[in-house]
Write a protein that binds this ligand. Structure first.
Ligand code: M6R
Length: 362
């Protein structure tokens, strides 16, 4: 049931603010705002976090690495499941393995979990399907509570994964004494703001459609971002490839000079994720390098950023978001640009060619 939407993907994108709201309510005590995570989620005896996943779930891990390091000062290693399982990774007893999977059935992620079981103190599965193989085999399960995701392109599972991982990072910060009660209160109030900001980001429908008309005419699109916006760029490129079949690449903005700048000419759209944060000026200087070579810039930033960025061909003004939750907000344009581009190209949004919802073979 698409609840009046044209596609499952559209429905699932629209559901995101309420899913995040509900998952947040489920994982906090209303009375005191204190975290209420599944039994067994604890970081007291853990010295390193190792996170493994595929596709979009891997990008959620990539964002979470910034959160765990920043909030909990704990070393984090992340890897793609198909690489991790064959590379003979060095594992210690006091590592926590976190596997992230919407379906809980992804063959490589499941194999990675099996590979590690017995070598580390604990395994934790962040999954959407609580009855899945991965959920059954992990020591501890944290359901992301997104509800069934039908569209092959993952959307609401991504933002729900992000929320779960952010709450895990907060728990790690508390358990390791890197955050006190006041810090937690501040963080939780920033997280509480996310659903409302996500709704505002969804409201830019006309802007996404206008930019998508341009993207739909292109053979290639480049996405750039720094910090947690780098995985957003990766996610945006993956979404665009999956459902519009347009070739897309994503780079950390600082890598531009190390190669991809050679691609830039007046035919190349370059989508830049640049909220006004501590990295903003660096990213804007990369944007200027693109403009100097006549690339077609599409800047995603907030009102402050738009003012500071100067004259830019295309700007989509996002709501101003606390830096820590910005990935939840900027996931929306990543998805909406791909969705609208696919609409403009007339491709099959919910069932893209060659792809399966759940990849149960290697
Ligand atoms: O079910 P999983 O989260 O383990 O799936 C992982 C990937 O196959 C999945 O995220 C894939 O990349 C999506 N099609 C992305 O939209």
């Amino acid at each position: 049931d698409k609840s009046g939407h044209r596609h499952f993907m559209a429905k699932e994108m629209a559901e995101q603010p309420s899913i995040i709201q509900k998952a947040l309510a489920a994982y906090t005590n209303e009375a005191d705002g204190i975290l209420n995570l599944p039994e067994g989620v604890q970081f007291n005896d853990i010295r390193r976090v190792v996170m493994v996943a595929c596709g979009t779930a891997f990008y959620a891990c990539q964002v979470a690495k910034y959160w765990f390091e920043q909030i909990a000062r704990i070393p984090v290693e992340i890897d793609i499941a198909s690489e991790f399982r064959y590379r003979d990774p060095v594992l210690e007893r006091d590592d926590l393995l976190i596997v992230v999977s919407q379906s809980g059935e992804t063959a490589d992620t499941l194999a990675a979990l099996r590979h590690v079981a017995g070598h580390v103190r604990r395994t934790l599965a962040v999954v959407n399907v609580p009855t899945s193989s991965i959920a059954r085999e992990a020591d501890v399960v944290m359901p992301i509570l997104a509800g069934p995701e039908i569209g092959v392109a993952s959307t609401k599972a991504f933002t729900a994964q992000l929320l779960s991982l952010l709450l895990l990072a907060a728990k790690a910060g508390l358990d390791r004494g890197k955050m006190n009660a006041d810090d937690l209160t501040t963080l939780m109030s920033e997280i509480q703001a996310a659903p409302g900001l996500m709704s505002q980001a969804l409201d830019r429908a006309q802007e996404y459609a206008r930019i998508a008309e341009e993207l739909a005419e292109s053979d290639d699109v480049l996405f750039l971002g720094r910090g947690a916006m780098f995985p957003m760029a990766l996610e945006a490129a993956l979404k665009l490839k999956e459902i519009s079949y347009i070739h897309a690449e994503a780079y950390a903005a600082g890598e531009l000079k190390h190669g991809p700048i050679a691609l830039i000419d007046k035919t190349l759209p370059v989508v830049i994720f640049a909220p006004r944060d501590v990295l903003f000026e660096k990213t804007i200087s990369n944007m200027q390098e693109v403009m100097a070579r006549h690339g077609q810039v599409i800047l995603l930033t907030d009102a402050d950023g738009a003012k500071l960025a100067g004259e830019v061909q295309n700007v989509i003004v996002m709501p101003k978001a606390p830096t820590i939750v910005a990935p939840l907000i900027y996931a929306i344009p990543a998805q909406m640009l791909a969705y609208n581009t696919a609409l403009a190209r007339g491709t099959d949004v919910d069932q893209p060619r060659n792809l399966a919802k759940s990849v149960t073979v290697e």
